[in-house]
Design a binder for this molecule. Structure first.
Ligand code: CO
Length: 134
């Protein structure tokens, strides 16, 4: 059911420093920051040949990243995103297996303009999983 790894998201305490590190030290193609007010984050996309890295930084008071950075002050892997062809079919299949979908259970439009859902980390070995319909 799941396809390619779309991205790995890393929460960072200093977006400019992290972007510069990926640009200079790691030699990656780093895009300019993008505010995503609906998701409470500012995102920097880093393009790799086979996937993307998303640097996440809190935006606004109710950012879901804020608590994560409080617990992980030097940053950390926040979630991984797998591609699916049909997000509703994927969700319904996962619900049948007993997995929990976060929020209302209805897909939201994610940072790439495509429908996304998040799955409960406790159901996936402590990893927050995002599904994106491509
Ligand atoms: Co993501």
């Amino acid at each position: 059911m799941i396809g390619r790894l779309n991205h790995v998201a890393i929460a960072v305490p200093d977006l400019e420093a992290a972007s510069e590190q990926y640009r200079s030290a790691l030699g990656a193609k780093v895009n300019p920051p993008q505010d995503e007010p609906d998701h409470g984050v500012t995102v920097v996309f880093i393009e790799l040949p086979n996937t993307k890295i998303e640097l996440l930084y809190p935006l606004g008071e109710n950012s879901p990243i804020k608590g994560f950075l409080d617990k992980n002050p030097s940053g950390g892997i926040h979630h991984i995103c797998y591609e699916v062809d049909d997000i509703i079919a994927a969700r319904d299949h996962l619900l049948e297996t007993g997995a929990r979908v976060l929020g209302t259970g209805e897909p939201k439009i994610g940072a790439h303009g495509k429908p996304v859902l998040f799955l409960h980390p406790k159901d996936f070995n402590g990893t927050l999983v995002e599904l994106e319909q491509v």
